[in-house]
Design a binder for this molecule. Structure first.
Ligand SMILES: Cc1ncc(COP(=O)(O)O)c(C=O)c1O
Length: 369
């Protein structure tokens, strides 16, 4: 039985609806910056509970726009080492220096204690990453540290569509939220990204920067890029967003089944989720007492089960970050220890009970005793 690590989900009827909306767009020639973009942005802002949402063509672009707005040039931004490399790269592209911080073993997210250690007089802000779709239960503490030190806070919510804490959605908890709509994410537009904010100045800045730095009609007072989202991607996003709550619900049901099957097994640790937090379960991470590299290889080759790290090597151990920024093994010990012992089990809408049982049986059967 083949089990992919992730896959997007489009209900049959939605495929028809998407195609019919795309047909309208093709006929009227509205392919970018048109009504579909506006509709998607309004729907997304409403869903997240913020005043503004600005659609762009990737999650990396949305991170860079927010970081440019916060003016990180020649300043430091603290980023957890456990993230996709784009989180830290975006700081570099915006002219700042990514300062990587350690994680907590029980959340895999930024450790507020290490964050405090990493703050210097050059620190401008903090990027929190809702890893795997978990808003760190220590979010309040992180917000307070930023307020006390007059630092901006932004969320890389690329994996956390629909996640919430105390009823407040990921992407609405800081100065700027950043989403990715890559096909593996809880919802997709094919490729794409979104900035969410209550700040009308960031809204205006982002709209300018994504369109070559335009202001008004023919003025280009700042350097910008082509970071626009196409209408075709926005149409896919509109239809995916309609189903996001049910997608998140189903991902939580899958997670519950994994947790029930794995709980109590010797050496198997899952990530606890406090009752005030809704996890979006982009991934379902499990921590084992040994390096999972060989296990992941066996699951793929012998059982056709795709699994993944999230993330190993962490950013500071990437050769680029060691060579360019001088990071070395041993600098962020929790991440270095725990992340190579993790395995993310297949997680997607539409995974069957048989597939879940097959994954758990293969995993437990291949674990060294
Ligand atoms: C945490 C995180 N940040 C940033 C990105 C970058 O998003 P994109 O691939 O849409 O540029 C991703 C996903 O790929 C991600 O998972």
């Amino acid at each position: 039985m083949k089990v992919p690590a992730a896959r997007p989900f489009f209900p049959e009827q939605e495929i028809k609806n998407i195609l019919s909306d795309i047909e309208v767009s093709l006929r009227d020639g509205s392919l970018t910056l048109g009504p579909s973009i506006k509709k998607f942005e309004q729907m997304f802002a409403g869903y997240i509970g913020v005043k503004h949402a600005i659609a762009v063509n990737s999650g990396t672009a949305s991170l860079e726009i927010a970081l440019r707005y916060f003016d990180v040039k020649d300043k430091e931004v603290v980023v957890p080492t456990n993230s996709f490399v784009a989180s830290a790269n975006a700081v570099h592209f915006a002219g700042g220096r990514p300062v990587l911080a350690d994680i907590r073993e029980d959340t895999l997210c930024l450790d507020p204690e290490d964050l405090k250690e990493k703050i210097t007089d050059k620190t401008k802000g903090v990027m929190v990453v809702h890893l795997a779709g978990l808003i760190p239960p220590q979010m309040k503490e992180i917000i307070e540290i930023c307020e006390d030190n007059k630092l901006f806070l932004m969320e890389d919510a690329a994996q956390a569509h629909g996640a919430s804490v105390d009823g407040r959605k990921a992407g609405s908890l800081s100065g700027a939220g950043s989403f990715s709509f890559f096909p593996t994410k809880p919802m997709t537009t094919g490729e794409g990204g979104m900035i969410t904010t209550d700040d009308s100045n960031l809204d205006a800045f982002a709209r300018s920067l994504r369109h070559h730095g335009i202001e008004g009609r023919d003025n280009y007072p700042r350097f910008g890029y082509n970071w626009r989202m196409s209408s075709i991607n926005a149409i896919i996003g509109i239809h995916q967003l309609d189903h996001l709550d049910s997608f998140v619900k189903e991902r939580n049901e899958v997670a519950k089944k994994y947790t029930e099957k794995l709980s109590g097994l010797d050496g198997v640790t899952t990530i606890p989720v406090p009752s005030n937090i809704v996890h979006s379960y982009y991934k379902y991470p499990v921590i084992l007492p040994f390096d999972t590299f060989e296990l992941q290889k066996t699951l793929k080759e012998k059982y056709e089960i795709e699994t993944s790290f999230l993330y190993y090597p962490p950013i500071h151990l990437q050769p680029l970050y060691q060579n360019y920024f001088g990071y070395k093994p041993g600098m962020l010990p929790v991440a270095e220890d725990v992340l190579k012992r993790m395995i993310c089990l297949p997680m997607f809408v539409g995974i069957t009970d048989e597939q879940i049982s097959y994954v758990v049986e293969a995993l437990t059967g291949e674990m060294p005793v």
